[in-house]
Write a protein of this length. Structure first.
Length: 347
């Protein structure tokens, strides 16, 4: 399910206008920090540099990409800041791993609905209104703050402000989310999101009654051309995004539909943007659906987009066991469904 699926992991894409490795200045790495050395084997031949470093160093691809762009990786003794550069068998890679950043996110005793936990990961059922990780305007009260109080060993896993976070859910989205407790688990889960082996199912209540019983939306998503706070399929620099949807229940009298949604990618606001682009904006979505209480026709429209991460399935990176977790619809969405059903003609 999401990088909304924020939310799924950062996926380093093709790099544009980057210099060749050989053209870079050969500034010396800090000799006071240990340098890790790896040799490219046959298994990693012709991999992207960021993927090879991630595999060898036990990191996520997005993290290794940052190391490369920061000049912390050498290939054959020469610095390289091009993550997309292909590696060749026998090449020596050198990594100067940065020291852990100063931790400045405070643990907070915020209640969490934990549905599963072991030494490697924790699965939570996120409530509506909770921001996943700190950001400008949300420095506290986030899921990360709560997790740091619940799990004392998350610091440094996956980034200073996003410890353990592999994928995200929008502030208003409820449902299942998995968090890694160690780097190996973080990397293993991130790979599953990247290769689309994660089983993600969302339930959405949309305004509109599609004629088709199902559909597939294949439209790149990026920043809106004129409103930088919104995402759009009309972006000039959108990234590939695919969303599959299926009608579960139609409410013709109220012009709504309950949809089962399976995103293949995890772009920001992906489900909301894609469904709105085909005339099926989510009920309660005041950003992409122009929802207003005065136009609800008396329906108990939720004060947030009607989107719920109902199921998340994945292979446990440490044990190899296939796990699946489900979450029932929260009360506000159940109330809207009941009201929609009550308006349908008998029979």
């Amino acid at each position: 399910m999401p990088r909304e699926l924020d939310a799924g992991p950062d996926d380093a894409g093709p790099d544009e206008a980057e210099p060749d490795c050989d053209a870079l200045a050969s500034d010396d790495l800090d000799d006071e920090l240990p340098v890790e050395r790896f040799v490219v084997d046959e298994e990693r031949m012709d991999q992207r540099l960021d993927q090879a470093v991630a595999d060898l160093a036990g990191a996520s691809r997005s993290q290794s990409g940052r190391w490369i762009k920061d000049g912390r990786v050498r290939v054959g003794g020469a610095p390289c800041t091009r993550p997309s550069r292909k590696v060749h068998i026998g090449e020596q890679l050198e990594l100067e791993r940065p020291e852990p950043e100063v931790w400045d996110v405070a643990p907070e005793p915020i209640p969490l609905d934990v549905v599963f936990e072991d030494a490697h990961l924790v699965v939570v059922d996120k409530a509506a209104g909770m921001v996943v990780h700190p950001a400008p305007g949300h420095r506290g009260g986030t899921l990360v703050n709560a997790l740091l109080h619940h799990c004392t060993d998350l610091a440094g896993i996956g980034g200073r402000l996003r410890p353990g976070i592999v994928h995200r859910l929008d502030q208003g989205t409820t449902g299942i989310l998995v968090v890694a407790k160690d780097d190996a688990t973080h990397q293993g889960l991130a790979r599953q999101f990247e290769d689309h082996s994660i089983d993600r199912l969302y339930m959405a209540i949309a305004r509109g009654t599609p004629k088709a019983s199902s559909g597939r939306i294949d439209q790149p998503i990026g920043r809106h051309p004129s409103d930088r706070k919104r995402m759009s399929v009309r972006s000039r620099s959108g990234r590939a995004a695919i969303t599959n949807w299926e009608v579960v229940e139609r409410f013709a009298a109220s012009h709504h539909a309950l949809l089962a949604v399976r995103p293949e990618t995890g772009r920001t606001h992906q489900i909301r943007v894609h469904l709105a682009s085909i005339g099926l904006p989510l009920a309660g979505d005041r950003v992409y659906g122009r929802a207003r209480a005065s136009r609800s026709g008396g329906l108990p429209v939720p004060a947030r987009p009607a989107l719920h991460a109902a199921r998340l399935g994945f292979t446990h990176p440490a044990t190899g066991e296939r796990l699946a977790f489900e979450s029932p619809l929260p009360p506000d969405l159940e109330a809207l469904l009941e009201a929609l059903r009550d308006r349908e003609p008998a029979g």
